[in-house]
Design a protein around this ligand. Structure first.
Ligand SMILES: CC(C)(COP(=O)(O)OP(=O)(O)OC[C@H]1O[C@@H](n2cnc3c(N)ncnc32)[C@H](O)[C@@H]1OP(=O)(O)O)[C@@H](O)C(=O)NCCC(=O)NCCS
Length: 163
């Protein structure tokens, strides 16, 4: 795995099974209290299906393939990127999904994927990347902080009892 090359290719229908196999990664770190795991999974699946079914010129669903020296090419993870156009202010890139398969974690591929996401954004002429991350996702938060992302807003939640 060290010195492995990362190759990004647009996702096709052939990647559907792989993408679906990574869905549990979006809840595996332990969701914050009160978050509905089923809803998170369903939302993630729906977004992936929509991106696969109708690719847009200002968004991307990219599969990260790893080619080990002399070894087989294998799917390691994926990126989903969008362009957001706020009413006020400049359009910006949005990192909608980033995930690695478990076997691909811990080798620095997350940083490589993030760099590829930023390269895509620059190629789109966008000058800023934004993302959301659950507060309990310590691993992803560290990845983003190490890449220079800073916290912008704090989202808070409380379950309300009936009556
Ligand atoms: C987030 C993700 C892409 C990071 O993969 P990766 O780059 O291989 O991650 P690493 O193993 O290098 O971990 C990143 C950093 O967090 C640290 N880390 C690992 N597990 C951690 C944990 N449980 N808590 C805090 N830090 C942790 C690592 O030591 C590393 O820091 P270092 O570079 O100083 O050693 C990968 O874990 C993943 O796909 N997670 C599931 C999907 C997900 O959460 N996506 C983000 C949604 S916003």
């Amino acid at each position: 795995m060290p010195d492995a090359a990362l190759i990004l290719r647009p996702a096709t229908r052939d990647d559907l099974g792989f993408l679906q196999s990574l869905l549990p990664r979006f809840v595996g770190f332990g969701l914050p209290t009160g978050q509905d795991e089923g809803a998170v999974l369903a939302g993630a699946a729906q977004n992936l299906m929509a991106a696969l079914a109708a690719p847009q010129s200002d968004s991307a669903l990219l599969i990260a393939w790893v080619e080990e020296e002399g070894g087989p090419v294998r799917r390691a993870g994926f990126l989903r990127l969008d362009t957001e156009r706020p009413l006020f202010g400049k359009p910006y890139a949005y990192l909608a999904d980033l995930a690695l398969d478990t076997w691909a974690e811990g080798y620095g591929l997350g940083q490589l994927l993030l760099a590829e996401a930023e390269r895509w954004a620059r190629e789109q002429g966008l000058g800023q990347m934004q993302l959301h991350v659950f507060a309990t996702n310590a691993r992803a938060r560290k990845l983003y902080a190490q890449a220079g992302y800073t916290e912008v807003a704090l989202s808070m939640s409380k379950a309300l009892r009936r009556g």
